[in-house]
Structures are given as C-alpha cells and as structure tokens.
Design a protein around this ligand. Structure first.
Ligand code: MN3
Length: 207
C-alpha cells in the first residue's frame, strides 16, 4: 500500500479459474479477473499517467480520494478491492476463523453466526453494485458494512471507515452467469470459499 500508484502490479490469481467451483464458476472467474479487474487496473494507470497521482503511495490516494477525479476513485477502488478479493478466497476455504480473529469476532458481534448474519444482510441489501466488508476500525474493533460501486472503507468518501480484511463483490458481473438474479445464493456460497488464514493475516496486520 506504500507502493506508488505507477508501480502497482496487476496481481496473479493465486489459483486456477476453476478452483472455487462449484461456488464460483470458472467462466465467471476468468472474465472477472482477466477483463473486469484488468480494466480497472489499466484504467487507473491511464488516469494517473503524467500527474502527481502517479507518484503517490496508493494508500494516500485512496485516503484522500475525494480530491481526485472520479475515474481514479472508480478504477483505484476497483483495483484495490479485487486484489483483496482474490486473496481472501481459496479452494480449501470455508469453516470458521481460529485464534485471535475468532476471539475478536465473538467480542464484537457475540458470535461468528451473528457476524455472518450481519455480513449477509449487508451484501444482500446493498442496492445495485457494490461490496460488503468486514473491517477493522481505528479503535481496532471490527465492523461490517457495505459500500456502493468500487468505493471501500479506506476512502474518505466512505460511510464506514476502517481497514477491510474481508470483502465480497456483489456486482452482477461477480455472479450473474451462475446465479442470475439470485444474489442471496451467491452470498451463501461465498462462505464455502473464504480463506480464513488470509483474513486472519489481514486482521493481524490491521491491528
Ligand atoms: Mn468485480
């Protein structure tokens, strides 16, 4: 995140396109990664080229996003959000977190199930395109929220602020081929592929 915007890399996908089947189908994964994410990445680079934004740390750009053009907000958010999204899923995902993150979830939400219910509601009720998040707030507590479009809790424009440690893409492009209009089924399936080791690592880095 300290990386300057011009030096950002398009990340490799940490698994095969069909790795998350049947929960996320291979064709959706391939199109999502090679076309949608790649377009956000390329458009971000095009939008910052030959401007002061190119030399800014990516984290600073997101934090002050209200000062910059809407193309940078949409594509910068799109690049950050998808880069996180790929890493918090895995073929061996699912189950529940252990250790410190499990304790923090119990402390903040009462139980894993009640956090899960809040997250599901956030994901299902986000109108139109957007993301659902589990994030660490500045006081180190956990919060669930959602954001429109490619916004995220790192941005000064966000309704909820924090460091996202888990995110779910609820744009139709993330699920329509397999689930059509049944977003709730996609949201339920997501829990089978969450890589809790990666989320726990994100949590540890955030506190
Ligand atoms: Mn997407």
């Amino acid at each position: 995140m300290k990386t300057q915007v011009k030096d950002l890399q398009f990340p490799s996908l940490p698994y095969a396109y069909d790795a998350l089947e049947p929960h996320i189908d291979a064709m959706t994964m391939e199109i999502h990664y090679t076309r949608h994410h790649k377009a956000y990445f390329d458009n971000l680079q095009a939008a910052v080229k030959d401007t002061e934004m190119a030399d800014m740390p990516f984290a600073d750009l997101l934090k002050n996003i209200s000062k910059y053009p809407v193309a940078v907000r949409n594509n910068g958010g799109g690049h950050f959000n998808h880069s996180l999204f790929w890493t918090i899923m895995s073929a061996n995902g699912g189950g529940k977190p252990q250790g410190k993150l499990a304790e923090a979830i119990d402390k903040n939400f009462g139980s894993f199930e009640s956090m899960q219910e809040k997250f599901n509601t956030a994901a299902k009720t986000r109108f139109g395109s957007g993301w659902a998040w589990l994030c660490v707030k500045s006081d180190k507590s956990l919060a669930v929220c959602s954001s429109p479009n490619q916004d995220n809790p790192l941005m000064d424009v966000a309704e909820c602020h924090g460091t996202p440690i888990l995110g779910l893409d609820v744009w139709e492009h993330a699920y329509y081929l397999k689930y059509q209009n049944k977003r709730p089924d996609y949201v339920s399936a997501f829990w089978n592929v969450i890589n809790w080791d990666a989320v726990t690592k994100n949590y540890t880095n955030a506190i």
